[in-house]
Design a protein around this ligand. Structure first.
Ligand code: UDX
Length: 431
């Protein structure tokens, strides 16, 4: 099929490249000329494992192309995926400006039946709004459908998640739209759940909010474990073995970040409250998450005393491993707080994220390797559980640090072993 994907970011580019890999003709559209040139030069403007090879292979074979012209791309396609950004406003409400602009552009290019699919994470009832906009602005009599097909891609595993989804959610209001999308997704051999458009839109926000709730539940447990002397890792394991709960997303730490959970939780709260529902449960998910950063700082402060004049080493800047994304990364909040407390130096290392972090914090010291970052530091903070940090030379760390203090925001080390090695080791939710 001929497909246009509007928005070539973390979702759109993966979606376009994977559909091309499945044999479709795909045009990835973006209004950012610099990004388009980067893509045409065979480079990817962000780190996503395997995406460079997938994009390049399909680009070379002519199944994937890039364009800055939305209208001509839509004119040439049967299915249009809207994958533009839907960032949060200060109120938590979703900024729909990109969706609105895209819908108007699509309306001008409806020259025969087309299926317009919202894949961006949007508030419930957006599909209805797009339908009305297209009806109002499209040429009279032209036939089209709107559908919702939310994405469940994790950064760092996006290609895998696209090609091997737990489920495909298709929200449609016509049989024709349904058959197009079933034909498109059948090769993935995954369960396809057909719903109305509004339910599909809600499934996305509800999924992310539920996953975020599991994380905040684990973090709430961690606080109790710190008070009672229990071990949150063992408690999480114990509850997670119940198949009804499941082990995933119960890792306590410094909280969730990224471009999705914070935004989607806030959007869900906004939608719930606007609809007159009691969403205090989800508000607490956000509150618990926001408290994690200061909680971590205070736990460290109890061991090193005042931060003023100290040198702090940081391993891990991205919001999670296998990405260079700093959006809402806990590290950004923790670094801001350290600067506020007048640390003398921050020396950071991250395998992929330092260039992006330099744009936010140009004045911290970025080290070429993890061990350079810890030289002479008063403490080492682990903020992202990159594989690079999982089996360090503990003797070398001990010799390099001014004092053997490690605050482990992602519980990647064994507390007993760290204590045996003579570290003042500060985990989360465990002694
Ligand atoms: C998430 C959803 O998983 C994905 O389905 C959706 O499409 C987009 O949002 P992503 O934001 O890429 O994906 O990352 P994810 O792996 O879900 O982690 C989100 C955050 O939660 C990270 O900061 C991670 O460190 C944190 N996390 C995750 C925890 O703190 N504890 C956990 O147990 C799991």
């Amino acid at each position: 099929m001929k497909i246009t994907v509007i928005g070539s970011g973390h979702v759109g580019l993966v979606t376009g490249a994977c559909f091309a890999e499945l044999g479709h003709d795909v045009i990835c559209v973006d209004h950012d000329k610099k990004k388009l040139q980067t893509l045409k030069d065979g480079k990817i403007p962000f780190y996503e494992p395997g995406l460079d090879k997938l994009v390049h292979a399909n680009y070379i074979e002519g199944r994937l192309s890039f364009s800055g012209d939305t209208i001509s791309a839509v004119l040439a396609s049967e299915i249009i995926f809207i994958c533009v950004g839907t960032p949060s406003r200060k109120t938590g409400e979703v900024d729909m400006s990109a969706i609105k602009k895209t819908a108007s552009q699509i309306a001008q290019a409806l020259n025969g039946y087309k299926l317009v699919v919202e894949k961006s994470t949007v508030p419930v009832e957006t599909g209805e709004w797009i339908l009305k906009t297209l009806k109002k602005q499209a040429p009279k009599g032209v036939e089209f459908d709107v559908a919702s097909n939310p994405e469940f891609l994790r950064e760092g595993a996006a290609i895998h998640d696209f090609m091997h989804p737990d489920r495909v959610i298709i929200g449609v209001s016509s049989q024709k739209a349904a058959s197009y999308l079933v034909q498109l997704y059948s090769p993935l051999n995954a369960p396809i759940l057909m719903t109305d458009i509004k339910s599909a839109e809600l499934i996305k926000h509800a999924s992310n909010s539920f996953l975020a709730m599991k994380i905040s539940f684990a973090n709430m447990l961690a606080n109790l474990c710190e008070k009672t002397g229990a071990d949150v890792v063992k408690v999480a394991k114990g509850i997670g073995l119940d198949k009804r709960i499941g082990e995933d997303f119960l890792k306590a730490g410094i909280g969730y970040g990224g471009s999705c959970f914070p935004k989607d939780v806030s959007a869900f709260i906004h939608i719930g409250k606007k609809s007159g529902c009691n969403f205090k449960l989800i508000e607490e998910v956000r509150n618990i998450n926001e408290e994690r950063r200061m909680h971590f700082i205070k736990r460290l402060e109890k061991v090193i005393g005042k931060f003023k004049g100290k040198t702090i080493a940081i391993w891990g800047l991205s919001f999670k491993p296998e990405t260079d994304d700093t959006r809402e990364a806990p590290a950004t909040y923790i670094i801001k707080e350290l600067i506020k407390r007048k640390v003398k130096n921050i020396r950071a290392f991250d395998p992929k994220t330092m260039d992006n972090m330099k744009k936010i914090f140009p004045n911290i010291i970025y080290s070429k390797c993890p061990y350079e970052a810890i030289k002479g530091a008063d403490a080492l903070l682990i903020l992202t559980e990159w594989k690079d940090f999982s089996h360090p030379d503990l003797l070398k760390i001990k010799a390099s640090l001014k004092k053997p203090i490690i605050a482990d925001g992602r519980n990647i080390y064994d507390p007993q072993k760290m204590k045996r090695m003579g570290f003042s080791y500060i985990p989360i939710g465990r002694l």
